[in-house]
Design a protein around this ligand. Structure first.
Ligand SMILES: Nc1nc2c(ncn2[C@@H]2O[C@H](COP(=O)(O)OP(=O)(O)O)[C@@H](O)[C@H]2O)c(=O)[nH]1
Ligand SMILES: [Mg+2]
Length: 359
């Protein structure tokens, strides 16, 4: 599962990803290469479990983030979508737009403007066009095929594709269309861009940060997507912050009037948008957060730990983190009746602590 950072050139994508990965500015060149980093997902629950079990090591869940080279001005002075850009975007399970709202005279914006709403609309419109032209071609092809052989499968697909086409033609992203699971699995191979789950991070500077919430409110209203996750942050401040010792961080944040680093929020949102969740395993050797998709069964979750655990699964011992923190030991959880034995069909909840019994 991979989330892609999408935006115009110089919006702060690489600085954000390098800060998340702990890479110093001096260590990277501004080569505009696509790159993938595996990033640790912070989780306070896991830290608390480590505190209780005091194991040899703690292993956090990870997330893959892909830095897509941003759009630049081409020879005719316009910013144009390229095929390689679209292909890079298609390659991701979810998208994170990184949108510029910082002033920096030495770093030109490709369209010479600081207008976060316009930049979001630019991307959304291009992606809508891309989907629309794909859907148009698909409809044409399906109609031809149906003339040749009237298969049920083809007419069903045509129905779904036409529904998508109509929605896209009304300039609405496919993620706002009500689709059932069957429709979604039918569409999944097509890599439709506006169907990909989306979150937005807006990169403010220290002067505009205090207006962030009103600007974001306005953007949500204009886009008509109140549920869209839009996170304000400052790539530059986060970078500076990440280089400080913990005792100096508080003072630095007060100076800029920010309460907490936005990096955790960005990672948690990426995790959520990808439809991922965590379960934990605990013991003397390690406490560990594992990444699974929502609705995974106990047996599927066991398979993430080890294929043998999937094949030889007998039962899962389950205590939810919230229950565990009330009693702080498995024996007390048993006495209180919150420790359970579950079978292979059990749907794992975010924050379950599992111990897999296998043959
Ligand atoms: N002042 C200021 N400069 C920033 C900020 N974010 C990024 N930059 C600068 O903008 C330039 C482009 O950033 P980069 O991350 O390479 O952009 P990308 O093209 O989206 O990958 C770099 O020189 C950054 O230091 C910010 O929040 N404030
Ligand atoms: Mg870059």
């Amino acid at each position: 599962m991979q989330i892609g950072l999408v935006g115009l050139h110089n919006s702060g994508k690489t600085l954000l990803l390098n800060t998340l990965a702990g890479i110093e500015k001096t260590e990277y060149h501004k080569s505009e290469e696509a790159k993938l980093e595996v990033i640790k997902v912070p989780d306070e629950r896991l830290n608390n479990l480590t505190y209780i079990f005091n194991p040899k090591k703690q292993v956090n869940a990870t997330i893959e983030i892909f830095d897509i080279p941003g759009l630049r001005v081409s020879d005719d002075g316009k910013v144009r979508i390229t095929t390689s850009f679209l292909n890079n975007v298609k390659n991701n399970d979810a998208l994170f737009y990184v949108i510029r709202h910082f002033e920096n005279a030495s770093v030109p914006h490709p369209m010479n403007r600081i207008n976060s709403l316009a930049d979001i609309e630019f991307l959304e419109t291009e992606f809508l066009f891309s989907d629309l032209s794909f859907l148009e071609n698909r409809i044409e092809k399906l109609k031809k095929d149906i003339l040749k052989r009237k298969e049920d499968r083809l007419t069903k697909e045509l129905e779904v594709i036409e529904k998508c086409y109509e929605h896209t033609n009304n300039e609405l992203p496919l993620r706002t269309l009500d689709l059932n699971e069957k429709d979604i699995s039918l569409l999944s191979g097509f890599q439709l861009l506006t169907l990909k789950p989306l979150a937005i991070a807006i990169n403010f500077d220290e002067n505009s940060m205090q207006d962030a919430s009103s600007i974001i409110g306005e953007i949500k209203e204009k886009l008509g997507q109140q549920n869209l996750e839009i996170i304000p942050f400052s790539a530059e401040i986060e970078y500076e912050l990440s280089k400080l010792e913990p005792e100096d961080q508080q003072m630095f944040m007060e100076e800029y009037g920010i309460k907490e680093s936005a990096l955790d929020k960005i990672l948690r949102t990426a995790f959520k948008v990808l439809g991922l969740q965590s379960f934990f395993t605990v013991g003397e050797d390690e406490t560990r957060a594992w990444t699974i998709k929502k609705n995974y069964t106990a047996q599927q979750a066991a398979g993430v730990i080890h294929t043998d655990f999937y094949n030889k699964f007998i039962r899962a011992e389950v205590v939810h983190y919230d229950d565990f923190m009330k009693y702080k030991s498995f024996s007390k959880c048993k006495e209180a009746g919150v420790w359970r034995l579950e079978g292979k069909e059990y749907i794992v909840a975010d924050g379950d602590i599992l111990n897999i019994r296998h043959s």
